[in-house]
Design a protein around this ligand. Structure first.
Ligand code: GAP
Length: 444
């Protein structure tokens, strides 16, 4: 399968099956903003729940937080975003398109007569690069003036830094400890694209781990390994995951060291998560700009210091895309193509389909009984329309790991067939064992 075709097929499957829709589609869509349909919303939620479980619930040294999107404008001065969160932008005076100045499609030097617009082909119409800030601005209160400007946060991390002492004091944690949060972030990207890979509104799953200076390198290495393990645990193809260390020209202004976890997408190796050693840059800047002491007092050692921060930052939408790309496969079964999303069972939006083999002989009644019994336990889907083979295919496309069929034998001896999505193998299971069987197979 050619790689571009895979993305096209995935985008179309996402729309057809209700994973992802274009935002405001009936009005022609809004550039690089996407909505999640029923299956997509469940998939993304399962992913976020898995992250939250690993980062907050399963650990004693990380607390959860849900900070507001709007923050005091000084936060973004302190963080460096007002001055430095910029991309160099050029405009074509002829066709009015905009590009990043380093867009590889531009021939020549923007601002010079030889430069050629990659869209309309005009020469000498590209402006000199100017810095364009990626933060979305809005106004707070009724007056739309400079003093009322607030920003939609471009990362969730700053909500954690400004709350670090609140969390520390209210949770009675001690350094080393972390704060985790999942939330929306906004960036006015000049070159968004590749479906939900780079969008203007997205969700981040970020964790900031506060450590004693001098222990940061050790913690950085631990977090790097843990985060790769977590990505592998999503069932992603191991050979498609790798680390990429930032060279000096790639390091963000706050970072002493940074590794991306990259995945090999159809459009190349790309970052899905970053692990950064942010030193005491953030707390130092917030201390300076707010005038509030943010030092930690280490009682055991009787010393004060500004903790260093090791950050892990993943995009929920980007990892959702990764999971879908990795799960997509086409197989030939008895001369027909079956499309399968081979999700890890924990991520699958629907855990089991429940089907009466035919709509008679007491099967629909029994199937409804099975469906009603399973529904409070995990997401299940009832389907009695069309041939059984077609119902299996619909569940394969939705990534449902199991299908339970109620047939003549069920009526006779209260057993059902459970069909496995990946092997297509079928087991006969006693009705009173069904929930335990599925729970065991799903590893719930
Ligand atoms: N707090 C650090 C930070 O925000 P980043 O590398 O800019 O670091 C972290 O972003 C992660 O957020 C990325 O690895 C990616 O998964 C996700 N992300 C960033 N920009 C995005 C965008 N425009 N659309 C979707 N996801 C994005």
């Amino acid at each position: 399968m050619a790689d571009t075709t895979l993305m096209d097929k995935l985008v179309s499957l996402c729309k057809r099956r209700g994973f992802v829709f274009q935002s405001s589609e009936i009005y022609g869509g809004l550039g690089s903003v996407w909505d999640y349909g029923p299956l997509g919303a469940a998939l993304k939620k399962n992913l976020k729940d898995r992250w939250w479980h690993a980062m907050v619930q399963a650990r004693d040294d990380i607390e959860g937080l849900d900070a507001a999107i709007l923050m005091h404008p000084k936060v973004w001065e302190a963080s460096g975003h007002v001055a430095g969160f910029t991309d160099p932008l050029v405009d074509c005076k002829h066709c009015k398109n905009r590009f990043r100045a380093d867009d590889p499609r531009i021939k020549g030097t923007p601002g010079q007569p030889d430069a050629q617009c990659p869209v309309c082909g005009s020469r000498g119409t590209l402006t000199e690069p100017r810095l364009f800030n990626l933060m979305f601005k809005t106004f707070m209160g009724p007056v739309e003036d400079q003093a009322a400007i607030v920003y939609l946060r471009p990362e969730t991390a700053q909500g954690i830094y400004v709350n670090y002492l609140n969390v520390l004091n209210s949770s009675r944690q001690k350094v080393p400890f972390g704060i985790a949060q999942i939330g929306k972030a906004f960036r006015n990207e000049i070159t968004p694209g590749n479906f939900i890979f780079r969008t203007r509104e997205f969700e981040q799953m970020e964790m900031q781990f506060f450590v004693k200076p001098g222990t940061d390198v050790e913690w950085f290495e631990r977090w790097r390994a843990w985060r790769m393990e977590w990505c592998q645990g999503l069932g992603l193809t191991p050979a498609k995951l790798r680390f990429h260390q930032h060279g000096p020209d790639e390091l963000a202004h706050y970072a002493k060291d940074a590794f991306d976890i990259q995945y090999e997408f159809p459009f190349g190796w790309q970052e899905i998560e970053g692990v950064h050693n942010r030193t005491d840059f953030d707390l130092g800047r917030h201390q300076q700009y707010s005038g509030k002491k943010l030092e930690y007092f280490d009682q055991a050692a009787n010393e004060r210091y500004l903790p260093y921060i090791v950050e892990t930052s993943a995009g929920a939408d980007r990892v959702t895309l990764t999971v879908m790309v990795d799960a997509y496969r086409e197989e030939s079964v008895e001369g027909e193509t079956r499309v399968v999303l081979g999700f890890h069972p924990a991520l699958a939006p629907i855990k089991a389909g429940v089907f009466p083999l035919v709509k008679k002989e007491g099967m629909p009644e029994l199937a409804t009984e099975v469906y009603q019994a399973l529904k409070p336990r995990f997401p299940v889907f009832y389907d009695d329309s069309g041939a059984i083979g077609r119902r299996y295919r619909r569940m394969d496309e939705a990534g449902t790991p199991f299908c339970v069929t109620i047939d003549g034998e069920t009526v006779a001896n209260r057993t059902v067939t459970v069909r496995h999505r990946d092997s297509m193998k079928q087991d006969r299971v006693a009705l009173d064992q069904l929930e335990a069987y599925l729970r065991d197979q799903l590893a719930l």
